[in-house]
Design a protein. Structure first.
Length: 146
């Protein structure tokens, strides 16, 4: 485990595709920004090797994975200033280890429900934050994990 592209599965979407806008990739994991107009501060930390469950990783790799999740969450809080960051590792649709990190705002269309729940209101007409903040956040993630 831990080697770049050594355990790909042809039927796995996250083995075959980046999974979004690639922010950074190292030998163990990658961070992508999800193209979601309703939730612009949506990132994923994706383990490169194909494992379905977090507990499939050896302890040292579990720690590095969670350190990366915590780092991205911390940088999201600093740069995007959400009222909450949601973390989720589901894998029901794509059984490849990945963490969702979603910046949440009181005005986002699903708040306070999960983003996969029924929309609570129309999307705000004004952006939740300036696009430049996402680009700076991407740069900081690259510097820390690249």
């Amino acid at each position: 485990m831990g080697q770049l592209d050594t355990t790909r599965r042809a039927s796995c979407e996250l083995c075959e595709q980046p999974g979004g806008v690639l922010v950074v990739r190292n030998t163990e994991l990658r961070v992508i920004r999800v193209n979601d107009a309703l939730h612009p501060g949506f990132y994923r930390v994706i383990w490169n090797d194909h494992v379905a469950e977090f507990s499939d990783l050896p302890q040292a790799e579990r720690m590095r994975c969670m350190d990366a999740v915590a780092l991205v969450e911390s940088l999201m809080r600093m740069h995007l200033q959400p009222i909450k960051v949601n973390l989720a590792s589901l894998g029901n649709m794509v059984p490849h280890l990945h963490w969702h990190l979603i910046a949440r705002y009181r005005d986002d269309p699903h708040f306070p429900q999960p983003i996969w729940a029924t929309q609570q209101r129309e999307a705000p007409t004004e952006p939740l934050f300036e696009v430049g903040k996402l680009l700076e956040l991407d740069r900081q993630i690259q510097l820390q994990l690249g």
